[in-house]
Design a protein around this ligand. Structure first.
Ligand code: ASP
Length: 442
């Protein structure tokens, strides 16, 4: 098959075309035109992914759990998954801390730039503060309370409630194991059918992925730049070393930590892994949302990496909401950068506090664009750094959000591969050229 017929190349072409168009549009003041005529295709793409996320998680998880004949296996997989999620996140935070402490980007920011940024983003920072105050006022066990919905339809009505949907699916799956096989059969078959159909729908939606990605990227650039591209370039210049620290951290985590984990704990070839997961990474990059990317991540893991549905349907939806290595790493770098820029040194105790709070904060971060910066407030508070300092980093946040979301979903796929390998549930990946073609017909 020619290279340009492969999905990840098509999306990449869409992405670059969007980038070039976005820059030209921002330079020529076409942001209104872009918003009216280009952006809607991106919205349709994200909406259609979100539309199938809840049915996919519900149906595949119910089927996955019900096929585990004993509950012991479920708790073993669950325990393993959560332990690896926490460990990889802690490694990510530590990587970020080492890099930001060595590079010291906060010390390089000139006084007048700092004052300018603080003034420009003061009101945005206050808005973030209010959202974080709400998060802070919740009791320590609220996270458990939030897990259990009082009404299934409410839970299923918002993609922000994915953990509740996971809970309902687990609950339902456990119920299905408990009743006689004959009674469970019709419902189980219905869920199996729904899973198969939704996975096929992902294939269909991916047909418009290149166009969706084009319009998402174009619109992001014109929205961030307004009609003044120079301002963005100025910002990127001023916050260049901070952005570089985040990007370097993410690159080390993806290129060293994940590679090492895959090599040590799985038989998966690194190239097969990254080629298989590439379309999901590109969708994550352009949507900045792990939640919206979830259907694509699941489809790629099952069909291209050979991870069993039993493992992927449990590990990935959970990971999309609780495992955010990229976000945690970014939060750690941002917290130290802000404290450096404000001239406050952080001792070892405060840095360890960052490891702990960033790990927890990333769990509580919603899988939607810009959520990471809201939880950053909690980290800043825990180390006594003024929250208004967030204004310093807001200018480049959207760009970094795209990159950290890529890391977030890659981390989920790495852990799913590790869990599947340890449970003997990793088929030989089918990354043949033929199987990479999008199937529209049977
Ligand atoms: N956008 C990120 C995600 O969905 C969360 C964040 O860091 O803002 O994974």
């Amino acid at each position: 098959m020619s290279w340009y017929r492969k999905l990840h190349w098509q999306i990449l072409i869409g992405l670059f075309a969007g980038l070039i168009y976005g820059v030209i549009a921002a330079a020529n003041g076409w942001s209104q035109f872009t918003e009216n005529w280009i952006a809607p295709f991106g919205t349709i793409f994200i909406n259609s992914l979100q539309l199938i996320a809840v049915p996919l998680v519900l149906a595949s998880l119910v089927t996955g759990v019900a096929s585990l004949s004993d509950l012991k296996k479920l708790s073993r997989i669950g325990g393993k998954t959560i332990a690896i999620y926490l460990a990889t996140t802690a490694i990510a935070v530590t990587t970020g801390l080492v890099i930001v402490n060595v590079m010291r980007p906060g010390h390089q920011i000139p006084e007048e730039v700092r004052a300018g940024l603080q003034e420009a983003y003061a009101s945005d920072a206050t808005a973030g503060e209010a959202a974080a105050a709400e998060a802070r006022e919740r009791g320590p066990l609220q996270i458990l309370v939030d897990l259990v919905p009082d009404n299934f339809f409410n839970a299923a009505s918002s993609n922000r409630n994915m953990l509740q949907v996971v809970f309902v699916a687990l609950f339902l799956g456990v119920g299905l194991i408990q009743v006689p096989a004959k009674t469970a059969k019709p419902l189980l078959e219905a869920f199996e059918g729904l899973t198969a159909v939704v996975i096929r729908l992902v294939d269909l939606i991916m047909l418009i992925a290149p166009l969706g990605v084009f319009s998402l990227i174009a619109n992001t650039i014109t929205t961030v730049a307004g009609d003044d591209l120079g301002r963005v370039l100025e910002l990127v210049g001023a916050l260049g070393s901070y952005s570089l620290a985040v990007v370097l951290g993410l690159a080390v985590h993806m290129g060293v930590t994940y590679v090492a984990l895959l090599k040590l704990f799985t038989p998966m070839k690194i190239r097969t892994f990254y080629e298989g997961i590439a379309p999901a990474q590109l969708v994550a990059f352009s949507t900045s949302s792990s939640g919206a990317t979830l259907p694509v991540t699941m489809e790629r893991c099952e069909e291209k990496l050979g991870i069993s549905e039993e493992v992927s349907s449990f590990v990935l939806p959970l990971g999309a909401t609780v495992n955010m290595d990229g976000t945690a790493l970014y939060q750690a770098v941002a917290a130290v950068f802000i404290s450096q820029a404000l001239g406050m040194g952080l001792d070892l105790g405060q840095q360890l506090t960052i490891v702990l709070t960033a790990t927890v904060a990333s769990i509580g971060t919603a899988a939607v664009p810009g959520a990471g910066v809201i939880m950053l407030v909690i980290i800043l508070e825990s180390i006594g750094v003024p929250i208004a300092g967030i204004a310093l980093i807001l200018g480049v946040d959207r760009i970094l959000d795209m990159l950290r979301t890529v890391t977030n979903i890659t981390g989920d796929a790495v852990v799913a591969t590790m869990v599947a390998a340890s449970e003997n549930q990793l088929r030989k990946p089918e990354l043949s050229e033929k199987s990479d073609r999008i199937r529209v017909t049977r």
